[in-house]
Design a protein around this ligand. Structure first.
Ligand SMILES: Cc1ncc(COP(=O)(O)O)c(C=O)c1O
Length: 419
C-alpha cells in the first residue's frame, strides 16, 4: 500500500449520523444537513479533500505493480487516474453514504451513468423494460445501441400498477434482465410505484435501476425501496452551479457495484477530480439550495394554478397532482423542476413569451442557480402511453433569484401570450 492522501477509510454508509430508515422523516431530513457538512472529509484536519489530478500512480515494488490489476477497486490502493483518485473516492463514498449504498462510481456525465446502468446487466437476446416517461437520451441509448446489440427494449406506462392498472409482473419475461425507472420523469412528472416494481423484480432476480436526479438523495432514497442501481446526473442539483458535467451510480450490493465498475472501465468512463471536488462542494450546500428552490417552485406553481392561461401544473408536491399520494408516501422532499401545461398556444405567441423573459433563460439542463424555462414535446417522444393531454407544455427550473422577480417575469410572459 502506498503513502497516499486517502479519504477517510470508514465504510461508505457510516457517518456521525448514520442515515438509517428508522428515523422519522423530518428528523432524518434534518440529520442529513449535518451529514452533508461532514461527508468526504480527509482524515488529517482539512474539511475538504485536496484535488488530486492524476494519470500515473507509481508503485514501490514489482509485486505491488503486478497486483494492481487485481486489487480491490473500491477500497484498495489507487492504481490509475481513470479508475479513481482520492478526490473521486471521497465523493463516491459520500454519495454511497447518502444513498445507503454499498459503493459509488463516478462517470463524466449523467448520460454516461445511464449508459453504464443500461449496458452492465444485459447481453444479446435480453429484454429491458424502460419507463415511457424517461429522459429522452436514455431512450436513444435503448433504441440505438441496445437494439444494435440485440437487446430489446419495451417501454412501459409510468403509472403501471396504479389506479387499477396491471402491475409490472404482467410485462416480465423469462429474458427480462433490467427494469429502469425515473420517478418523477423530468418531462411529464409522473410518479412511479417504485416499491411495487422492485418487489416484483426481486422475486425474479431482475435488476432494477432508477434515475433519481430530480429528487436527489435528500428527496428519495431508492435503495430503501428495493432498487439495485441509483443514477445521479450530478450536473444538476448536486453541483448546482451550471458549470460541471458529472454523473454517478450507486449500488445496493458489492456484486452490483463490481458489475457496474467493470462496465464503466470497459467503456473507458471516468471523471475529472476537479469536477468531483466541485460536486463535493455542491453537496455542502445542497440542502439549503433545495430548501430555497423547492419552496420557490411550489409558491410559483400554486400561483400559476390560479392563472387562466394555465391548464395544469405538474409537480408531485402539489396536492392536486396525480402523483401526490406516492410522493407523500415515499419521498422526504421535492425539488424545483416542474411542468406548466398551458392551454394550447400557437408558435408565435409562445416565442413571444419565452424570448421576452428577463430572468428565465431558454437552455438545456436544470438544477442550477439560474432559472430556466423551455418548451417540451412529450407527444413526439412517448410510445407505450401516448401523451394525450391537449395543451402546450413548458418546463421550469427554478433557481435562486427573488421569487417576486420570477413571478413578475412569468406574469409578464403570460400576458405576452395575448398580445
Ligand atoms: C433526468 C435526467 N437524467 C440524466 C440526465 C443527463 O445528465 P447529463 O446532462 O449530466 O448528461 C439529464 C440531463 O438533462 C436528466 O434530465
Amino acid at each position: 500500500m502506498q503513502d497516499q492522501d486517502a479519504p477517510d477509510q470508514e465504510s461508505p454508509a457510516s457517518t456521525d449520523h448514520p442515515v438509517d430508515a428508522g428515523h422519522g422523516r423530518r428528523e432524518r431530513a434534518e440529520r442529513i444537513r449535518t451529514d452533508l457538512t461532514r461527508l468526504g472529509r480527509p482524515d488529517h484536519g482539512f474539511v475538504n479533500p485536496a484535488i488530486t489530478r492524476a494519470s500515473t500512480v507509481t508503485f514501490q515494488t514489482v509485486a505491488e505493480f503486478e497486483d494492481a490489476l487485481s486489487c480491490d477497486l473500491q477500497n484498495g490502493p489507487y492504481t490509475y487516474g481513470l479508475l479513481d483518485t482520492p478526490t473521486e473516492r471521497s465523493l463516491a463514498r459520500a454519495l454511497a453514504s447518502l444513498d445507503g449504498a454499498d459503493g459509488g462510481i463516478l462517470v463524466e456525465s449523467g448520460l454516461a451513468a445511464v449508459g453504464v446502468a443500461l449496458l452492465a446487466f444485459v447481453e444479446q437476446g435480453d429484454h429491458v423494460l424502460m419507463v415511457d416517461s424517461c429522459y429522452g437520451p436514455s431512450r436513444i441509448i435503448c433504441d440505438g445501441l441496445l437494439a444494435r446489440l440485440g437487446v430489446e427494449t419495451e417501454y412501459y406506462d409510468p403509472r403501471i400498477g396504479l389506479d387499477g392498472r396491471p402491475g409490472i409482473e404482467s410485462l416480465l419475461r423469462e429474458n427480462t434482465r433490467l427494469v429502469f425507472m425515473e420517478s418523477p420523469g423530468s418531462v411529464t412528472f409522473e410518479m412511479q410505484d417504485v416499491p411495487a416494481i422492485t418487489a416484483a423484480c426481486r422475486k425474479r432476480d431482475i435488476v432494477t435501476a432508477i434515475d433519481n436526479t430530480w429528487a436527489t438523495p435528500l428527496g428519495f432514497r431508492p435503495i430503501e425501496h428495493g432498487v439495485d442501481v441509483v443514477i445521479h446526473a450530478l450536473t444538476k442539483y448536486v453541483t448546482g452551479h451550471a458549470d460541471v458535467m458529472l454523473g454517478a451510480l450507486t449500488a445496493r450490493t458489492r456484486p452490483i457495484w463490481d458489475q457496474l465498475k467493470t462496465t464503466a472501465m470497459d467503456l473507458g468512463h471516468g471523471a475529472s477530480p476537479d469536477d468531483a471536488w466541485l460536486a463535493l462542494r455542491g453537496l455542502r450546500t445542497l440542502a439549503v439550495r433545495l430548501d430555497a428552490q423547492e419552496a420557490a417552485a411550489l409558491r410559483i406553481a400554486r400561483w400559476l394554478q390560479t392563472r387562466p392561461e394555465v391548464k395544469r401544473v405538474l409537480h408531485p408536491g402539489l396536492p392536486a397532482d396525480p402523483g401526490h399520494a406516492i410522493f407523500e408516501r415515499d419521498f422526504d422532499r421535492g425539488s424545483g423542476l416542474f411542468g406548466i401545461l398551458l392551454h394550447p398556444v400557437d408558435t408565435e405567441s409562445l416565442a413571444r413569451m419565452l424570448e421576452g423573459m428577463r430572468y428565465f433563460a431558454l437552455g438545456y439542463s436544470w438544477g442550477g442557480f439560474e432559472s430556466l424555462l423551455i418548451p417540451q414535446h412529450p407527444l413526439t417522444e412517448r410510445t407505450a402511453t401516448p401523451w394525450t393531454e391537449e395543451g402546450t407544455l413548458l418546463r421550469a427550473s427554478i433557481g435562486l433569484e427573488s421569487v417576486d422577480d420570477l413571478q413578475e417575469d412569468l406574469a409578464d410572459g403570460l400576458e405576452r401570450l395575448h398580445a
